[in-house]
Design a protein around this ligand. Structure first.
Ligand code: XIL
Length: 369
């Protein structure tokens, strides 16, 4: 028995006054509520991170692909698909009977430049780009039909004020690129959960923009069934009230909500406002990296409390929630170490760099045990 399991078992024995208990896992703790997922990386998908894989299989009943289903990986050149890693990702989900998520089909980021241009380098026409999008969605969704249960169909289409982002998708096709993407995905797998996914949906202006978008799509009969709230959070944002209000606003439209990319940043904020725009970058500076050698206990406790607060909100809204997914397994795996500043040491997840559960893990389990 590993040290952390021992601690948990001992904690239970002391707390409940009973003899030895099986170790508590996230998926068992939340069995009655929602699947608990984790985004997995290439080392985990290919079996190079054997310890990580064992933890993933033991603790989680849903997976998301951190990068391997993004356009640039799976469809790097015109007419050339590369399913090597994606096939292994999906096989992992099948093997472990997990709610397996596809992330993502249509996004302005991690998509090659050729997608939007013809052989001469000119921007495509609306019809040509729609055909390209159709081919991509038909091929990728069709390949994993019945094995990927839920797709992030459109990712991050909104600005902070709730208006539509002017990506090349929007510029070339027009605002209905979103409706088309959902129609193509539904055509390729009529059973799949189809999600609109974005960050900062807890902020009122962006939330209201997303509510208007989803309402319009539903009124037009577009097959959207879920909204993904990414939840790239900090110790102070969002508040429980903001989180609950966002979930309520989407649930009222008749769609499910997935908490799709949860992490809690403990480092100083870099920009004036909360953002998770992968295109945003800032220069490194020691002031922005205060804990290179370990997280002080007081901050560890704040992190645990923030996680408990969020999971209390999720449980209170469990009827509307399709899954809660952590964006990475261990702190060492997290994208936050290199975004928006390279080379920082962040502590945003439930497992530490040593693979052991942190205080935040105990706090999350403690919400329901
Ligand atoms: C991130 C990955 O975690 C990184 O490895 C990659 O370099 C950039 O993308 N919103 C999303 C995710 O929808 O796909 C992003 O993932 C994080 C923000």
């Amino acid at each position: 028995m590993t040290a952390w399991r021992g601690v948990l078992v001992l904690g239970l024995m002391v707390g409940m006054g009973v003899a030895a208990q099986a170790p508590v896992t996230l998926k068992d703790a939340y069995k009655a509520d929602f699947p608990v997922g984790v985004a997995i990386n290439t080392a985990q998908i290919t079996g190079q991170d054997a310890r990580g894989d064992a933890t993933i299989a033991a603790q989680f009943d849903s997976i998301s692909p951190e990068n391997v289903l993004k356009w640039e990986v799976i469809h790097p050149q015109p007419g050339k698909y590369d399913f090597t890693l994606a096939d292994q990702y999906v096989a992992f989900g099948v093997e472990h009977h997990m709610w397996t998520v596809g992330h993502n089909l249509v996004w302005h980021s991690q998509v090659p430049g050729w997608v939007f241009r013809d052989d001469q380098g000119n921007l495509l026409t609306r019809d040509a780009l729609l055909e390209r999008m159709h081919d991509h969605i038909r091929t990728v969704v069709g390949r994993y039909k019945g094995r990927i249960q839920s797709w992030d169909v459109v990712n991050e289409a909104l600005n902070e004020d709730g208006t539509l982002r002017t990506s090349l998708w929007e510029k070339i096709i027009g605002d209905d690129y979103i409706a088309k993407a959902f129609e193509y995905a539904h055509e390729a797998d009529p059973q799949a959960e189809l999600t609109y996914n974005d960050y900062n949906l807890e902020n009122a202006a962006k939330r209201d923009g997303a509510v208007a978008l989803v309402k319009k799509l539903r009124a037009e009969g577009v097959p959207i069934t879920c909204v993904g709230i990414q939840d790239h959070d900090s110790l102070t944002w969002p508040t429980a009230q903001q989180e609950g209000d966002a979930i309520d606003a989407f649930a009222a439209l008749g769609v499910k909500v997935s908490i799709s990319e949860l992490d809690v940043d403990v480092l100083p904020s870099v920009f004036g406002q909360q953002t998770s725009d992968v295109g945003a970058h800032a220069a490194s500076n020691p002031k922005l990296n205060p804990y290179p050698n370990g997280l002080p206990d007081a901050v560890q406790q704040q992190l645990a409390q923030k996680y408990a607060e969020l999971f209390r909100v999720f449980v209170a809204h469990k009827a509307s929630i399709s899954r809660v997914t952590l964006w990475g397994l261990t702190d060492g795996d997290s994208w936050k170490n290199d975004w928006p500043v390279r080379g920082r040491t962040d502590y945003p997840l439930l497992f530490g760099r040593d693979g052991e559960p942190k205080a935040a893990f105990g706090a999350v389990v403690g919400v329901v045990r």
